[in-house]
Ligand binder design. Structure first.
Ligand code: SAM
Length: 268
């Protein structure tokens, strides 16, 4: 095979470390779901995936698509693998696939957060096992009181449970990225679908170092907030990362029932 030159614009860092590839396979949830792989690249992960499950792959790079079609001729013929050549975000404008699936992928980092949020919202997606940059994995897997606990952590905890499987150094890839990576797993128990709740989270974490009260009082009456904090036993000085996901949901319920959004500090 001719040497493939990695295309930066597609976030191509190919995972070459067999131990790490094996760790992904070992961490896969045991079920009968199909696998969706986004960005199969040279097929190094795909070759393990097709051994255990049937795979629907999405690859944007037409050169790699051709290479994959050749490499996996047999698996394509037996329908163990289907390759969709094109941008996965375009394909996702409608239903990605009809069956229940687990997303297993070494994601293109430039769109990784977007892809994970889409998978969290997709009722067909049951589990998410992905490699991303370490900093992003830590946000999706953080717990309250962790410094990086933020809206992504609350959204994830609202949809299921998450954990970091393993950290991965740049040396595992070709070409090597400048940053550390991590594989993490989200086992979903429900789907992300509450835009109003997420709107509140955006305001809550807008200035993470300020108090939650200060952030939320940008759009809600302070008196109402003070009452709600009292009801939930939250200190008025509490910071956004110190509040649990359960308390964010309780706060949201109180706000939905009792509050009017203040208009004077919005962009009117
Ligand atoms: N899975 C391979 C591996 O582990 O070596 C490659 C991973 S590489 C980090 C990301 C892959 O995603 C590349 O093959 C790239 O071409 C592909 N990709 C980038 N943007 C994409 C998009 N919008 N839709 C589908 N695939 C994309």
């Amino acid at each position: 095979m001719n040497k493939v030159i990695a295309k930066k614009k597609y976030g191509q860092n190919f995972l070459k470390d067999e131990v790490v590839l094996q760790k992904i396979i070992e961490a896969m949830p045991h079920n009968n779901n199909k696998i969706v792989e986004i960005g199969p690249g040279l097929g190094d992960l795909t070759k393990y995936l097709v051994d255990v499950k049937s795979v629907e792959a999405f690859e944007v790079d037409t050169d790699l698509c051709k290479l994959l079609q050749k490499k996996f001729e047999k698996e394509i013929a037996t329908e163990q693998l289907h390759i969709n050549c094109g941008d996965v975000l375009e394909a996702w404008k409608s239903e990605l696939i009809e069956e229940s699936y687990d997303l297993v992928a070494n994601l293109p980092y430039y769109i990784a957060t977007n892809i994970i949020l889409k998978a969290l919202a997709d009722p067909k997606c049951k589990n998410i096992l992905v490699m991303v940059q370490l900093e992003v994995a830590e946000k999706f897997c953080a717990n309250e009181n962790d410094k990086v606990f933020g809206s992504l952590s609350v959204i994830t905890q609202s949809a299921g449970s998450s954990r970091i499987v393993v950290r991965v150094p740049p040396t595992a890839f070709e070409p090597q990225p400048k940053i550390d990576s991590a594989i993490f797993l989200i086992e979903k128990s429900s789907d992300r679908n509450d835009e109003i709740f997420e709107g509140m989270l955006r305001v809550a974490f807008k200035q993470p170092r300020k108090t939650l009260m200060k952030n939320l009082s940008e759009i809600y009456e302070k008196n109402n907030l003070q009452d709600a904090f009292l009801k939930l036993n939250l200190a008025q000085t509490i910071r956004p990362h110190q509040v649990s996901t359960a308390d964010y949901h309780q706060l949201h319920n109180i706000i939905q029932r009792n509050f009017n959004v203040r208009r004077d500090s919005t962009d009117e």
